[in-house]
Design a protein around this ligand. Structure first.
Ligand SMILES: [Zn+2]
Length: 295
């Protein structure tokens, strides 16, 4: 599932390529036909992300709300003024990387015929975007969008005034293990399995620590490090939580095998202490941690 940094990058891309543009909205697959009908012909005013939720606001104050879930993905294409990554989402298919721009300099004549189950297609004068496989795709009112936002905790990628304190409050009021709380979108919006494992490692925090027994200072450091790690992800378009000193062969970019401290490194020695990295299931998701460092 794309973590919050991917969804924020998507919001930026939508703002860049569709902001202020009148869009034709359709549902080639048919499942979003009614929603497409109320949005089509309107101008997309603003693209926003909060955690893993994407909202496209149109000029009649209706929103397209999308949550990619495990299998959702957007594909983009268009003329040379229509730039950005051509495919974002569905990390099981494309990894944490995004593919390069799919600009067509040979003369853009419109989108290609839809392939497969395209839930929604957005088309401007310069390009198109296709959504497939999303968990949520809905046309909603501003009150409904606000209701979605009200259920979510603070987003480290907004880091607005008060967000840090709000995270600390939400984390410390529960006795649940911190590893579960970090993935609870009502505590913190946007963190997925990779950032959860990596930030807990970087903070040398035992994943089973109850939220209520984490001090205010440690909780604040957890927030700050999550902000740092996810901001790097927005900049890089991939999740790299290790410093260059860890990267083999003096690489300028982290090789995939060196990008993480513990995520998917179970059975290998910890980069810091040499203890074998552990893996277990918690909340039906795999948790990776170092039993030597995180005690
Ligand atoms: Zn260790």
């Amino acid at each position: 599932m794309p973590e919050g940094h991917s969804v924020h990058r998507l919001a930026r891309q939508f703002q860049d390529v569709f902001g202020g543009r009148r869009l034709d909205v359709s549902s080639p697959q048919g499942r979003f036909a009614a929603g497409a009908q109320v949005l089509t012909g309107h101008t997309m005013v603003e693209a926003m992300a909060h955690g893993k939720q994407l909202f496209l606001r149109f000029d009649h104050e209706l929103f397209l709300h999308v949550h990619l879930g495990l299998y959702g993905a957007w594909n983009f294409g268009g003329d040379s003024t229509f730039t950005g990554a051509s495919s974002i989402g569905a990390p099981r298919r494309i990894g944490e990387k995004e593919s390069g721009p799919a600009a067509d300099d040979t003369g853009y004549v419109g989108p290609p015929p839809p392939v497969g189950a395209v839930r929604v297609r957005l088309v401007s004068d310069h390009g198109w975007a296709d959504l497939r496989g999303a968990t949520t795709c809905a046309a909603i009112t501003s009150a409904e969008a606000q209701a979605v936002l009200d259920r979510l905790g603070p987003d480290p990628l907004h880091n607005r005034g008060g967000d840090r304190d709000e995270f600390i409050r939400r984390l410390r009021r529960r006795k649940t293990a911190v590893a579960l709380l970090l993935m609870d979108q009502s505590v913190l919006a946007g963190v997925g399995n990779i950032y959860r494992a990596e930030v807990l490692f970087r903070q040398a925090m035992d994943p089973w620590t109850p939220g209520s027994s984490i001090g205010v200072e440690s909780a604040g450091q957890l927030w700050d490090d999550t902000v740092d790690a996810m901001s790097d992800g927005v900049r890089d378009g991939r999740i790299v939580t290790t410093p260059p000193t860890v990267w083999t062969g003096g690489a300028a970019m982290a090789p995939d095998a060196d990008a993480h401290f513990v995520y998917k490194r179970d059975g290998m020695p910890c980069r810091a202490c040499g203890t074998i990295v552990g893996m277990t299931e918690i909340g039906a998701r795999k948790l990776y941690w170092c039993p030597g460092c995180q005690v």
